[in-house]
Design a protein around this ligand. Sequence first.
Ligand code: GUE
Ligand code: MG
Length: 314
Amino acid sequence: MAIAPLSSSKLSASNSKSQSCDAVIIDGKQVAADVIESVKSRRAMADIVPGLAVILVGNNAASSVYVRNKSAKAEECGFASQQFDLPVDTSEQEVLELINSLNNDTNIHGILVQLPLPKQIDSHQVIQSIAPEKDVDGFHYLNTGKLTTGDTNDALVPCTPAGSIQLIKSVMGASELSGKHAVVVGRSNIVGKPMASLLLQENCTVTVIHSRTNNPGEICRQADIVVAAVGIPNFIKEDWIKQGAVVIDVGINRITTDEGKTKLVGDVDFENVRSKVSAITPVPGGVGPMTISMLMQNTLDAAIRGKSLITKES
Ligand SMILES: Nc1nc(=O)c2c([nH]1)NC[C@@H]1CN(c3ccc(C(=O)N[C@@H](CCC(=O)O)C(=O)O)cc3)C=[N+]21
Ligand SMILES: [Mg+2]
């Protein structure tokens, strides 16, 4: 796995592309704010109040912060948000009963169960119990099936991969994206697999590498686009990155610095990688804010679809 890093002089000599000393730092906060503006105006035009239910089980500190941020953003968009804070010893049956009642609540259009769940609860059972048309995380089989078969028009697409694609598109046109080699690092159901499907949809050549991959660095170095979703700080080093690549860092790792402060970092060795890429997302301020914006977009889409169904039926 250890590959000697190329010196940058060697690279510039062997690469026809210009040295990208001035990499674009993709402003995820700005793109996310643009998505929110569009959600607000579409909501007002549709004249509806989308209802979002967020369920949090237990008191994981990071989860509490994320859930609060999601509820606050929903309110800002003109949604009605309901937050359910359940104790850490809640049974699976109790969660299923709550979801059942939200599935039947016509004022609720989106249901999100914050992951991870405490160990007595089977998250698989919980996710599959959410009505697919309210599954704003896009984790239900019906939505993952629609995504992998390319039926993305009425699928609810997982928020982090959907946001990541949008960030790629903010620096690369659709025609430019077509035919590019994208390497997804990580194969989770939440990010890696749906990300691969979305990139295929954009006509990329897609490789998914993971913890059992032989020669991951060699493969990653061929990538025009790298999406890192492994959950390990500084996992992606400079010598894994091809000159001029676009790098999307999905990692959210809370680390303690030498000075004893906690700090949020991604999966990419940002300071060393940035001189080599054409564009890169920072952490924080990259993919994270997009995840929340795409959740609002999914909730609005679910509410608009729900309204048109009712109109059709009546
Ligand atoms: N059912 C479910 N759906 C999720 O979408 C989901 C989940 N469970 N469990 C946890 C992860 C994590 N996640 C994040 C969302 C926003 C930021 C975010 O806004 N991050 C900011 C920084 C926030 C901070 O400072 O802590 C940023 O990167 O700039 C991060 C992480 C959604 N998740
Ligand atoms: Mg993995």
